[in-house]
Design a protein around this ligand. Structure first.
Ligand SMILES: NC(=O)c1ccc[n+]([C@@H]2O[C@H](COP(=O)([O-])OP(=O)(O)OC[C@H]3O[C@@H](n4cnc5c(N)ncnc54)[C@H](OP(=O)(O)O)[C@@H]3O)[C@@H](O)[C@H]2O)c1
Length: 319
């Protein structure tokens, strides 16, 4: 009898060991190797990162080896969470054998809504205390087929692409100034070329090396008011709300670059090129990933300049 009990106990123990081994083996097989985080603490924020060029910029930042965390700022919670899920899956394939992958997370962010800017800043401040690279990618453009009259398209376009981007950046600046090799990259456009403004006096004011934030805001307000009363062309402005919003963003980049020098923040802008995204109704010949490389340069290159405009993968002239 004693012998039988001993055999039973041995059987039970063996079964327990086998089950335990199998379940740990199963865990090892079913749960993918945790992506290892870089042994650095650098935080990147990308706005409008749930699709298009912003999504591609976030993927490339996460793979670059320069960041421990990439935060996607997206206005819609579901789209933001789906983007995190898709990006993490994409990065897992890449991470196979590669440890230099950043952690991806999402925070709600509507550019142009002050309370959203504030709660975004507060969350980042509480969790990370700083931002090393801010990529202002979120932007909008009315489609050519949109029936909204030109004058009514002006304010919504400026409110996101220029005023909202300005306000959000100012909100985050105290955190960016605490960054390690801190940078801001504004995704502008070749549509923001200076030459769209016909009046040489106006053009000179945007390009002036002593342009101030206040003066730039006044010029933007003047453009809007002239568009609204239909006098913009006779007063020497260009004929594109979107183009003007990006021109103002490029001018603002140069003002920030100058003013932030004492805080060692490098501020640059770029044109991604004409890309295959929703904004262009997939009409652009360049992939979003290739377009994103124009933002990656000022976000990651060594000895980064400041106040530059990058296009076609190199610094370019703003004309
Ligand atoms: N595609 C091109 O050929 C091209 C050329 C030159 C410059 N750009 C610039 O590149 C940037 C990205 O363009 P894309 O082609 O990738 O455009 P997209 O596919 O339309 O994506 C735009 C992104 O910005 C977000 N967004 C728009 N308004 C927002 C707001 N108020 N608050 C927060 N997020 C907002 C969108 O969010 P939802 O998904 O919620 O709408 C989306 O994530 C834009 O600044 C654009 O002007 C694009």
């Amino acid at each position: 009898m004693k012998h039988l009990i001993e055999i039973l106990i041995t059987l039970l123990l063996t079964t327990f060991v086998i089950i335990t081994y199998q379940s740990s083996a199963a865990t090892a097989l079913t749960v993918p190797k945790k992506m290892q985080r870089l042994n650095i603490n650098r935080i990147a924020v990308v706005t409008g990162a749930n699709k298009g060029i912003g999504y591609a910029i976030a993927v490339q930042l996460a793979q670059s080896g320069h960041f421990s965390n990439v935060i996607l700022g997206c206005r819609d919670e579901t789209r933001g969470q789906n983007a995190v899920r898709d990006m993490v899956n994409e990065l897992k394939k890449y991470a196979n054998g590669n440890d230099n992958v950043a952690e991806i997370s999402f925070l709600q962010l509507t550019i142009g809504v002050k309370s959203s800017h504030e709660s975004f800043r507060k969350s980042v401040q509480d969790q990370y205390q700083k931002v090393d690279v801010l990529v202002n990618n979120a932007g909008m453009a009315f489609k050519g087929s949109d029936p909204t009259p030109f004058a009514q398209q002006c304010k919504p376009t400026l409110d996101v692409n220029f005023r909202g981007t300005f306000d959000f950046t100012e909100e985050l600046l105290p955190l960016v100034r605490k960054g390690n090799d801190p940078r801001i990259v504004n995704v502008a456009s070749m549509a923001g070329r200076l030459g769209q403004i016909k009046s040489p006096e106006l053009r000179n004011r945007f390009a002036a090396s002593d342009l101030t934030k206040d003066e730039l805001h006044k010029l933007v307000d003047q453009f809007e008011s002239d568009v609204c009363d239909g006098t913009h062309k006779s007063k020497g402005w260009g004929g594109s709300n979107y183009g003007f919003s990006k021109l103002a963003l490029i001018a603002m980049t140069r003002v920030w670059a100058r003013e932030e020098m004492s805080h060692h923040v490098k501020v640059n802008c770029c044109c991604p090129g004409y890309c295959d995204t929703d904004m262009t109704s997939n009409g652009g010949p360049r992939t979003a990933s290739d377009g994103a490389k124009n933002a990656m340069l000022p976000a990651t290159i060594e000895d980064c300049p400041t106040g530059e405009y990058f296009a076609d993968f190199k610094p370019a002239r703003w004309v």
